[in-house]
Every structure is written in C-alpha cells, then in structure tokens.
Design a protein around this ligand. Structure first.
Ligand code: C2E
Ligand code: CA
Ligand code: CA
Length: 731
C-alpha cells in the first residue's frame, strides 16, 4: 500500500532553511536528475528540494514519459517511483538495463516488500528508499551515489588516457627501426618489440623467455657475453658493439650494432636507468640497430680499395700488401720468390685504332687468360693502364719462373677477335727474383720494370730477368737523367700555357702550365721525352718545384696586367704528391709570391689519388681549405672506382683526351661522355674536355652541356710572351 502522498510531501517541504546538503562539486558539475512519479505533489516537492540543492531536475509523470526522456537525454540519476500505472518503475528499470543506459537509479516505493526491493536492486537500482523518507536521507544517499559516479567517471577518463598513452608508446616502440629489448637479470628476454619479426624472422613470443646468447652467432658469443657483464656492472661505453645475430633459418646472419644499459627494476615495478639502489633487480635495456647496409658498403669499399674496377683483379694496393707478406715469409724461411711486371705490347695502338672501349674489353680478356697460367697462391694484379704485375711466392728455382713466363707468352700468342679483326696481344715481361735481384719491395719492382723495358727495346713479346748490366744498357735513360740535372741548373726548362675556354662565352677562364725542355742540341723537347725518366727518380720533385715557382711568377705578371681572373693549373706527378712536405711547399711558394691561392689549380691523376686514400684525403682537404682548387687529370683513363668523387674535395674533372677523340660526329651519341657529364653535374664538379681538335668535337661537347674546353681547336700551348697578347686580344 502506498503511504498517503500528502504525508510524504509534507515531510519533504519541512526542509529547514539552514539545511545545506552536501553537494557534488556543483561548480564543476551540475548533475542531472530525473524524477519519475505519478503523484504530482510528490514530483513538485522533489523538484523543489533538488533544485534548491543545486541539481538540474527534470520530471516525468509516468513510465512512458520517463522512457522517452531517458532515450533523448543523459541523466546522472533517476529517482524512480515503483508503483505507477501502465509502465511501472520495474518497467523503466528494464528499459534502462536493455538499452544499457548509463545512469544511477534510486527506487522510491510506498511498499517496502523485500521482493520489490531485491527485484529493483537486481535490475540495477543502486538504492531503495521507502516512502515516507526524510529529505536528509534522500539527499545523503543521492549525494553518495553521485559522488561515487563522479569518481568512477574520473577513473574512466584516466584509464582511457593511460590506455591511449600506452597504445602510443607501444606503437612507437614497435614501429621503431631498431630492435628494442629488455633482458632480465639472467640475460633472458623479458621484452622485445615487433621489429624482431622483420629483422630475424621470429615472432615476439618465440623470443620471450629465451637467453640472448641463443640469438648471437657462435663466433660473437664471447664478445656479447663480455659486453653483457660489463653493462650489468654499469660500465657502458659510448660506442655500441657490433654483433652478428642469427635469423630464424639459422644461416642468415644479421649485422647489428647494440647499445645497452643496465636499469634497475625497483620493488614497485618502476625502472630506473643507471641508478643502483641495491634493492631492485638489475635488468638490461638495449637497442640493436641493423647495420647490414653499412657492412655491405664497407665490404664494397674494401673490395674497391684492393681491386681493379675493370678486370676485378687485385690492384696495386693488394699487390703491395701480398708482396710484403710474401717477402716476410721468404725472409724467415730462406725461400725465394719472383716478381714479374707485364706490359701489353703496343696497347696504345689498340686503344687508338679501336677506341677506349675496345681497349678495355681487350684488357678484360687478357686478364682472364693470364689467370689461367697461375697456380694457387700466385697474385696477378693490374697496376696501371696496360701494366700487370705477378707475384709468385713459391718459386724454388729459376725454372719455375721460366715456365710461368713461357706459359704466359704461349697463351697470349693465341689470337683474340675484335669485330672480326684478328688481334694478337703479346707481352713484354720483366722478372726479378728475391733475394738474387733485390731484397726490398721497391727494388724488386723497379728491377723487374728495368728488365721489362729492355724486352721492349729489343723487340717485345719476350721475357727477361734483371741483371746488373741492364742498368748500363738503359743508357738513354741515364743520359736524360744526367742532363736533366744540368737542365734545371742551367735554366733550360720552359713553361708553355694552354688556354681553357668557357664554351658559352668563348672567354679564357684558365691556363694549363705544360713543361718543355729547351735542349741545347735537340731543341724544344715535349714532356714525354723526359718526364717519365724524371718520374723514375727524385728529379721529378725538383722539376715540380721549378714549375710551381715559374707558374707563380707568371701569375704575378698576369695579375699585374689585369688578367688576374685567369687561373693557372699545374700538373703534379704522383711522386711529388707523395712527398712529405708537398702541401706545405705549395702554400709557402704561393705566399712568397704574394699571390692569392685561388689563382692556382692543381691537376692530379686518378692513380695519385688512389695510392693512399687517407693521405690523399688529408692533403686535398688542407689544399681545398686553403682555397686551392683540385682537378682530376685524364679522368676516365684510370681504372679506379668512382667512390672517391663523393668523398674528396674535388673541383674539376678533366675528361681524358681519348674520349674526345672518339667523338666522330656531332649527332652521334657518346654515352660515356654523356654519363660522365651528368655525373659531374650531379656532383657539382666543373668539367673540362681536353684535346678538342675538331669542329665536330666542339659541337658535340657544346650540345652535351660541357662548360669548359681545351685543345688545339682553340689554341695550342703558347709561350708566355705570346700568351699575354693572346689573352689581351681575347679579353
Ligand atoms: P696532360 O696533363 O694530359 O696535358 C695535356 C696534353 O695534351 C699536353 O701535352 C697538351 O699539349 C696536349 N694537348 C692539348 N690539346 C691537345 C689536342 O687538341 N690534341 C692533342 N693530341 N693533344 C693536345 P704535353 O704538353 O705534351 O704534355 C704531356 C703530358 O706531360 C701532360 O699530359 C702531363 O701529364 C705531363 N706534363 C706536362 N707538363 C708537366 C709538368 O709541369 N709536370 C708534370 N709532372 N707533368 C707534366
Ligand atoms: Ca694535365
Ligand atoms: Ca690530361
């Protein structure tokens, strides 16, 4: 039975003035309450009471109205009368449950049957008040429920934020390009990110719980174990360690660089890096970076450093190393070894008649043939354009070397074909034996060379051993050597200058200094007559110094005549470049003449560059920093890799003359020139085409985008006194 509504209404209206019910942070949050009661007086009283307490109240006169309101608005709390006609309070509760409406319900009932109450509470009501109830009771219970709701809502917000933040972190960790892991105290994986799937082909679950050493390649395990122990002691270096990890298949190794640090997991489950309070568990947190690409590049660079690009044979660097080792062994064991230098006969002719490309192909097939004559342990290297060197570390007698040399001569006499032309490629071979013909590396190579020159002089296609009297026989060389000494003292050397033209403006931008020898008897000699001899001795360094001084003097004259914008390029021999004080002398001389460094360019060949990359880098960096520009001379004629173009401070590429000679017609494409030009452009390096002799060559180069040209087509090298009028007239 319902209590008399009047009584309940009176009770509610008896609310004392000073009564100040505990509210739920009304300033932040004004809870919405739905009052559902079919007694109008009751509704009004509740409405007044709750509004006075700061709530936002809506009333419904029956179950249907309540359902409509619940469907359209959010209420924090519902005060629900149970006994109503048509749709009862239980019906409203059913609707709330069915629709999963997020609200709290306090059931108000005139009947305090246990059944009614349990049924309502089971359906989700949070409290049950039996009419009549005091306003205090109502407000207290209501506030308690609303506060609980508020706490729950706040908790849910935090929970959601945490979840979002955890998802973000998980995403960051899993999409990291590196493998991120955590090891427990014993070195077992307690965490690993998903990168492990692409790196090692394993699932995260396959890894968790496994010991880290199981993933490390056997040969690297000691290193890994040692590093792990160090990390645990807190001794972490700045550098990571490089390890090889095994992929799932077992035979696929991955190079990684691991950086790790020990962290302490304290008793409340928080990790602290670096700190050791001695209460927690020491774990390891680490990152392993895939350095496969870097390893591959390093391997390639190492290969390029030791191999010839064209034939894939060892180059001079590797040959030198192997010869050093072989000499050391021979010295210890008292054994012998042989060094041979092999030069392709008349290779220049092949190059000239068939072109550079055909020459390259020829060298490749020659290399293949030579390889067939070798035994295991022998080293065949390409040490120059058409020059090969052979090291035979295991020769017990002269006969051994004889038979190899004969084999080479026999095999090379078989014809090779180039575009239906039959060619015979023969060799001149010089041999020097250790210890009979010398004990040091340089001596052996020089003596083998001398013997080889002798073969060339006496008709080629043969081999010869070094002997003492050979030295006297190369009298021509000695002659030049002696008289060159005199030439330097007697001022017989001259510098001629060949202008370099800007193709767009037709103006001279630079000059190449080219040496001549005004021989008292033989007249003006070109460098080919004496530079090779000078390069065999230290003389080239004196000549180089002379050239530098003369070029500086001439540059001063040019500057004083208002022609200071024209830069002078000087040629530097490999021996000169190798000198200890090369850069120092260069910079000092320029300074002594009061010149600016930008008036000078240094031309060096690829061979000089490749001899000792570290040293080259050091010298060129110093020169470049001082303002001197550097040109690679005869570019493309060497056999080296192109890797150095990226790393060294270079300013100009001088395309070798042979490429320009191959230009037949302006319309015909020359892919090599185009490719080199494109590369120079890409690297932002200037480009000079050398040896331009014809209009066709000029036209082709102009169309191809070449910027600077040098050659007889524009001007031959000029004496200095003819140069000034030439420059003045062309200014
Ligand atoms: P390089 O450095 O390649 O010099 C270019 C050579 O090509 C010069 O020969 C030049 O006269 C020649 N030349 C220029 N235009 C044409 C052309 O249109 N057609 C043809 N066929 N040749 C052309 P040059 O003066 O006989 O010098 C020969 C080599 O001697 C130089 O080759 C350089 O390696 C060396 N050389 C010259 N002067 C010096 C020097 O002062 N010091 C050193 N170490 N070497 C020098
Ligand atoms: Ca040059
Ligand atoms: Ca050149």
């Amino acid at each position: 039975m319902k209590p008399h509504p009047k009584r309940q209404v009176e009770m509610l209206e008896k609310l004392p003035e000073a009564h100040c019910p505990p509210t739920v942070q009304p300033s932040l949050f004004s809870p919405t309450i739905l009052v559902v009661d079919d007694e109008q007086g009751m509704r009004n009283s509740l409405n007044d009471l709750l509004r006075m307490s700061g709530y936002d109240v809506t009333c419904a006169a029956n179950g249907r109205e309540a359902i409509t309101l619940l469907a359209n608005k959010r209420f924090n709390l519902v005060l629900l009368d149970i006994n109503m006609p048509f749709i009862s309070g239980q019906g409203v509760l059913d609707y709330i449950g069915e629709k999963k409406i997020d609200t709290s319900v306090i059931v108000l009932s005139g009947e305090s049957t246990f059944d009614q109450a349990t049924q309502a509470l089971r359906k989700g009501a949070e409290d049950f008040l039996t009419k009549p109830f005091s306003p205090d009771d109502l407000l207290r219970n209501l506030t308690k429920i609303l506060q609980k709701r508020q706490r729950r809502d706040e908790y849910l917000v935090i929970q959601k934020r945490l979840q979002g933040s955890e998802e973000l972190h998980r995403f960051i960790v899993n999409s990291a390009p590196d493998l991120i892991y955590m090891l427990d105290e014993g070195g077992y994986f307690s965490f690993v990110n998903e990168r492990v799937e692409s790196l090692l082909g394993c699932q995260v679950d396959d890894i968790l719980g496994r010991h880290f050493l199981e993933l490390v390649f056997e040969e690297d395990r000691r290193k890994a174990e040692y590093a792990f122990q160090l990390q645990r002691k807190g001794q972490v270096g700045d550098k990571g360690i490089e390890l090889r990890l095994r992929g799932k298949k077992g035979d696929d190794l991955r190079h990684v660089e691991v950086r790790a640090l020990s962290i302490e997991l304290n008793p409340v489950g928080v990790y602290t890096a670096g700190k050791r309070g001695n209460q927690g568990v020491v774990c390891t947190y680490g990152i392993a970076r895939d350095i496969g690409d870097r390893k591959q590049t390093e391997a390639l660079q190492r290969y390029q450093h030791y191999h010839d690009f064209l034939t894939s044979l060892p180059n001079r660097n590797l040959f030198d190393d192997r010869l050093d080792i072989a000499l050391g062994q021979a010295k210890r064991s008292g054994g012998k070894l042989a060094v041979m230098t092999l030069d392709v006969d008349r290779f220049k002719k092949i190059n000239e008649s068939f072109g550079h490309l055909a020459g390259d192909e020829m060298l490749q097939s020659v290399a293949l043939r030579l390889r067939k004559c070798l035994r295991e342990g022998d080293t065949l290297a390409r040490i120059g354009g058409d020059e090969f060197a052979l090291l035979l570390p295991n020769v017990s007698s002269k006969q051994d070397a004889d038979s190899i040399a004969q084999k080479i001569l026999a095999i090379s006499s078989l014809p090779v074909y180039h575009q239906n032309t039959e060619l015979r490629i023969t060799f001149s071979i010089g041999v020097a034996l250790y210890p009979d013909h010398g004990e040091a590396k340089d001596v052996l190579l020089r003596h083998a060379d001398l013997a080889m020159y002798r073969v060339k002089e006496s008709g080629r296609n043969d081999f010869r051993y070094y002997s003492k009297d050979l030295r006297q026989n190369v009298s021509h060389t000695l002659d030049i050597e002696n008289s060159l000494h005199r030439a330097i003292c007697d001022n017989e050397l001259r510098l001629h200058y060949q202008p370099q033209f800007d193709m767009a403006t037709n103006k001279v931008t630079g000059l190449e200094a080219l040496i001549r020898w005004q021989h008292p008897q033989r007249g003006l000699l070109p460098p080919s007559e004496f530079i090779p001899v000078a390069e065999e001795t230290k003389l080239i360094c004196y000549i180089g110094e002379w050239v530098l001084k003369q070029a500086c003097k001439d540059a001063v004259v040019l500057r004083n005549r208002g022609l200071g914008h024209v830069r002078i390029a000087i040629n530097v021999s490999p021996q000169q470049f190798d000198m200890e004080d090369f850069e120092e002398t260069l910079l000092r001389t320029i300074k002594q003449h009061g010149l600016d460094t930008r008036f000078l360019e240094v031309e060096i060949t690829e061979n000089s560059i490749m001899r000792d990359m570290n040293k080259t880098m050091e010298i060129l960096t110093a020169l470049s920093a001082a303002g001197i520009t550097i040109a690679v001379d005869d570019f493309g004629s060497g056999y080296s890799s192109l890797g150095y173009l990226h790393t060294l401070p270079l300013h100009t590429l001088k395309l070798d003359r042979s490429f320009v000679q191959n230009i037949a017609h302006a319309g015909e494409k020359n892919t090599i020139i185009d490719a080199i030009l494109a590369m120079a452009k890409g690297l932002k390096i200037d480009f000079i085409a050398e040896g331009v002799e014809t209009q066709e060559q000029h036209d082709y180069l102009l169309a191809a985008g070449c910027s600077i040209c040098q050659g007889y087509f524009y001007s031959r090298p000029l004496e200095f006194n003819k140069l000034i009028p030439f420059l003045v007239s062309g200014k």
